[in-house]
Each structure stands twice: as structure tokens, then as C-alpha cells.
Design a protein around this ligand. Structure first.
Ligand SMILES: [Zn+2]
Ligand SMILES: [Zn+2]
Length: 565
């Protein structure tokens, strides 16, 4: 069990939190390989406020049309046109047509570090979007190697993926999904699926085929409204049907009208809360780990939605990470502390949005760099401070002095101030997990955006309520029509590929704006928090992402395994 060594009060929310001896040991290990000669100090914020601060630096979904500040051409970017930053198109940013070291400057020991860093951050052009090696996939972010994808993020090797996020390992033909892995195909409104084909409105399905409204099923086929099934077929509401009767039942409810889908969704949400059995947390092949949605991991504490982790603490949405503390969306890395959006990293501290960096500290958008401190937008550089080039010896002499200066000013040991985020709070993921009102954000000097992209160029709009029940009855000009979302009234369009997907799958047109659909999916997730509660069967004390007041049947791992069908 965790042993508290120090009770602290969070500098941001004033709530008490502890720094344990395990936290301390990891801080020591990560600090040893860095130039912080006195090691890394204890965090000043509680784990939640640390996570909120990192998430404020992440715009995962919002993309805007704007001009490239180099060519003046129209581009798609994660920065809105009214952003204070200079933004370059991807092909320009990665080219040698500009040089980020031209913005290099001396460090001024009479001023705080963050003040100088901010000036540099505002001067150096930023990369419009992280979307590499894509084919016909312009509106994709934090992604690479996709083909014919649209309005999706964190998607790797996908084909025909629309309005989805976290779609990994070569999935294809999926709409409105989150966390699909291992080559899923033809999935819709599904959250967490592995290698599944035709999973519609499902959660946690593994190697399933043609399943509708199914929760926590493995290797099942042709099932409708089922939960906790293993190796089954032709089941409806967990009852075994003959093939004939199953087909008869499905033929009776197909094709789905929009109203019918709403009815089934309501039934499904209730079934998965109250009828399905839940383990306290969802994990696969984890040992000695305290977290939720952890896979193939060892000795992790307070980690969520992560794969292949070892000796990590307070990490969220990571893959292949070792000996690391306080990270969000970091992959294939080791000895990382307080970082966000990094792949291929070694011993990076307080960094944001970097690829293939070693020993980077307080750096933002540095790519393929080694030993950089307080740098922004560098590519293939080593031994730079505030974008200025030094020799190895001069760098190793100056960095410890800057760190000492930062210890005196109280700046060292924390991620960038939340106010330095390149995104407005309401465009960041922090707003999803730690929502603020505009007034609350502005009172803390955290930026807020009122920017509204221009509505789609159409000659006609239709209210969602006036859409036909079945796709076949959609008006011929539906692709030239904007639909007014039934919740937000925001107009949205259906694109041709999406229309074809509904046609192929027999689904009606969606009545909600893609944003509303995304937030509906988010609402179905358990919070990234853990509570103590008792197993409903053996009353053993367990930890769970189900709040103790939720009436869902939650069990310890042993009892849960015995209940499965
Ligand atoms: Zn706090
Ligand atoms: Zn039990």
C-alpha cells in the first residue's frame, strides 16, 4: 500500500494531498539523469490540478480554417484565426524555409524564466496541425498515416474514419467511435472495441461480429442488447435464441427508425448500468496496478486509459511508457515528468507537444531535439537554450544556473503555467474533465474563446426534428442541406462518405451535431477517479471508478469472473 510521507496543501485548489515515498522515489530517479543538480522538488499542486493544467494544453478536436502566416494560403489548423500565435502550414513548418534558431535569445538572470519563455513562445511560428503522411485526410489531428478520414483525432493507420477519436491499429469504416483497437471495421457509436466487425452502439467488445447495443462481450456474434457474454451467438437481452428466431427478431426491428434507436439507446444505458456486472475497474493483464482502463501494465498508480505501462504514476492516455510521473498522451518513452503530447521521448521534463526528444526541459513543440531547455519550435537541434545555440560545455554550465535561478523565483519543478496554454480553456480537453465557466476562467486569467467558425455554406437548413425516420426517405438534396442539431441547434452537414456508411449499415441520419455526439459518448464514460467501495457479493473492499453512490452491480475481480456467462 502507498505510504504518505508528506501532507501538502494544493496551491491551486487548497485541497490536501500527499506526496508518498513512491512518488518521491520516482521523482529522484527521473531527476538523477537530468541537469537538476538538487533533484526535482515535490509538486505544488494536487494530482487533479496537475492533470487539469496539462489538459488545458491539449486541443484534441477543434480544427479551424485560417491562413498560413508564411504563405498566406488557407490551411486547416488547431489554432483559430484569432490566436495570438504565428502558425505555419505543415509542409512549411517541417521545411528548411525558416529557422527557429533565428528567434534565439540570451537568458536574462534579472527576469523570471516563464516571462522570457512566453515572449519566445509568442514569437516562434507554430505547427498548424499534427497530421503526417495522410491521404485525403485534411481534417485530422494528433494523427498519422490515415486515408480518407475526416474530423477525427488520435487516429493512426485508419481508413474511412469519421467523427471519431483514439482509433488505433488500422481500423476502417467507422463513424462516431472512441478507443477502437486492433483493426475494427464497420463500427458505429462504439466505445472501446478490439478487433470487432459491425459493432453498433457497443462498449467494451472484443473480437465480436454483428453486435448491437452490447456491453462487455468477448468473441460473440449476432447478439442484440446483451452484456457480459463470452463466446455466444444469437442472443437477445442475454437470452439464447435459435438462429431462426434471432433472424426473425432482427428482421422485425429492422431497419431502425430514428425513434426506435433512441428507445434502444435508453434501454441499453439502463441495462449496462443496472443489469450488467462490472468489475471495480476495467483492466486486462495488469499486475500491482491502481487505475482504470489499464492494459498489459505493471506496478502503476493512478493511471487511466493506458497500454503497456511500467512503474508509472498519475499518467493518462499513454502507451509504452516506463518510469514516468504525471503525463498525458505520451508514448514510447521513459523517465518523463509533467509532459503532454510526446512520442519517442527519453528523460523529458515539463515539455509540450514534442516528437523524438531526449533530455528536453521546458520545451514546446521541439522535434527531434536533444538537450534543449526553454526552447520552442526547434527541429533537429541540440544544446539550445531559449532557441540559442550553445556548445555542450556551455549548455551544461548554464542550465544548472538557470535552474537555480528558477528555484529562487519559485518557478522550477512545475509544468508551464496554465495561462501559457496555446489554446483557450474552452477549446481544450481540460474543459471536458474540469469544466469552468467563462467567468471562472477569466477570473484566473485563463484564456477563453468566443470564436465561432462560420456556419456551413448551404442554401437550405432543416430542423433535426423534421428529418425522416429512415435514411431512404431523406430528401435528395440532403448533402447540400444543413441540419440544425436537436440539442444545440448548431448547423451541421452530412458528408457523402458518411451518408454511404449509413446506407451500408441501415442506420438513419444523426440528429445531433458531431460535437453533441462526442459529448454524449463522453458522458457514458466513468470519471477518471477511483473510490473505495465494497464488492456486491463478497463485500470485500475494492477500488472502483464507479462512484459508491451509483447503484450499479460492482464486484471484485474474482466475483466478477464467476458471474460471466
Ligand atoms: Zn488542487
Ligand atoms: Zn467479491
Amino acid at each position: 500500500m502507498e505510504s504518505a510521507v508528506l501532507q501538502k496543501s494544493c496551491l491551486n485548489c487548497q485541497n490536501p494531498f500527499v506526496v508518498t515515498s513512491e512518488d518521491e522515489a520516482l521523482l529522484k530517479k527521473i531527476g538523477e539523469t537530468s541537469l537538476a543538480q538538487q533533484g526535482l522538488p515535490h509538486p505544488k499542486l494536487c494530482p487533479d490540478c496537475r492533470q487539469q493544467r496539462r489538459l488545458a494544453f491539449r486541443n484534441e478536436r477543434w480544427m479551424y480554417r485560417r491562413k498560413c502566416d508564411f504563405t498566406g494560403k488557407d490551411i486547416i489548423s488547431m489554432y483559430p484565426p484569432n490566436s495570438p500565435f504565428k502558425v505555419y502550414a505543415q509542409n512549411i513548418w517541417w521545411s528548411d524555409q525558416w529557422d527557429a534558431t533565428e528567434y534565439g535569445r540570451n537568458f536574462d538572470f534579472s527576469r523570471p524564466f516563464f516571462e522570457q519563455f512566453r515572449e519566445l513562445q509568442l514569437a516562434v511560428p507554430r505547427l498548424a496541425l499534427m497530421n503526417q503522411q495522410g491521404e485525403n485526410s485534411e481534417y485530422i489531428h494528433h494523427s498519422c498515416k490515415n486515408k480518407n478520414c475526416f474530423m477525427s483525432s488520435v487516429t493512426f493507420g485508419g481508413e474511412d474514419i469519421y467523427y471519431s477519436d483514439w482509433i488505433i491499429d488500422h481500423c476502417r469504416d467507422c463513424v462516431d467511435c472512441s478507443y477502437l483497437l486492433e483493426g475494427c471495421e464497420l463500427c458505429y457509436e462504439t466505445y472501446y472495441a478490439w478487433g470487432s466487425y459491425q459493432a453498433f452502439f457497443c462498449d467494451f467488445v472484443k473480437r465480436c461480429t454483428n453486435v448491437w447495443f452490447c456491453y462487455d462481450c468477448i468473441q460473440c456474434q449476432n447478439c442484440f442488447m446483451c452484456w457480459n457474454l463470452r463466446n455466444r451467438e444469437y442472443c437477445v437481452r442475454n437470452k439464447q435464441y435459435s438462429k431462426e428466431n434471432y433472424e426473425k427478431y432482427i428482421a422485425g426491428i429492422f431497419p431502425f427508425s430514428a425513434d426506435k434507436i433512441q428507445e434502444f439507446r435508453k434501454e441499453y444505458i439502463k441495462a449496462k448500468e443496472y443489469l450488467a456486472a462490472h468489475a471495480g475497474v476495467y483492466e486486462l493483464q495488469c499486475t500491482d496496478s491502481y487505475g482504470d482502463l489499464m492494459f498489459h501494465s505493471k506496478n502503476c498508480f493512478y493511471c487511466f486509459d493506458s497500454i503497456r505501462m511500467e512503474d508509472c504514476r498519475y499518467c493518462y492516455d499513454n502507451i509504452d511508457l516506463k518510469d514516468s510521473l504525471d503525463n498525458y498522451h505520451v508514448g514510447w518513452a521513459e523517465l518523463m515528468y509533467e509532459c503532454h503530447a510526446i512520442s519517442n521521448g527519453y528523460n523529458c521534463l515539463f515539455c509540450h507537444f514534442t516528437y523524438d526528444n531526449r533530455s528536453a526541459v521546458y520545451s514546446d513543440c521541439t522535434q527531434n531535439c536533444n538537450h534543449v531547455f526553454g526552447c520552442v519550435g526547434l527541429n533537429r537541434k541540440s544544446y539550445c537554450i531559449l532557441n540559442k545555440q550553445y556548445s555542450k560545455e556551455a549548455y551544461e554550465e548554464l542550465v544548472p544556473r538557470i535552474i537555480e535561478h528558477m528555484i529562487r523565483t519559485g518557478e522550477f519543478g512545475e509544468f508551464f503555467p496554465i495561462q501559457f496554454s496555446p489554446f483557450s480553456y474552452n477549446q481544450s480537453r481540460a474543459q471536458e474533465y474540469y469544466p469552468l465557466t467563462k467567468e471562472q476562467a477569466l477570473a484566473k486569467n485563463i484564456s477563453w474563446s468566443d470564436y465561432e467558425p462560420s456556419p456551413p455554406m448551404v442554401s437550405k437548413t432543416v430542423s433535426a426534428e423534421d428529418l425522416p425516420q429512415f435514411l431512404d426517405e431523406a430528401p435528395a438534396d440532403i448533402l447540400q442541406t444543413a441540419i440544425l442539431c436537436e440539442v444545440s441547434k448548431k448547423p451541421f452537414k452530412i458528408i457523402k462518405q458518411e451518408f454511404d456508411f449509413y446506407k451500408k449499415t441501415g442506420l438513419p441520419l444523426p440528429r445531433r451535431h458531431p460535437d453533441a455526439r462526442y459529448f454524449d459518448r463522453m458522458k457514458q464514460r466513468n470519471p477518471r477517479k477511483l473510490w473505495n467501495r465494497k464488492c456486491q457479493k463478497c463485500f470485500k473492499e475494492i477500488f472502483s471508478s464507479f462512484h459508491p453512490e451509483r447503484n450499479a452491480p460492482v464486484y471484485c475481480q474474482e466475483c466478477y469472473q464467476k458471474i460471466l456467462y
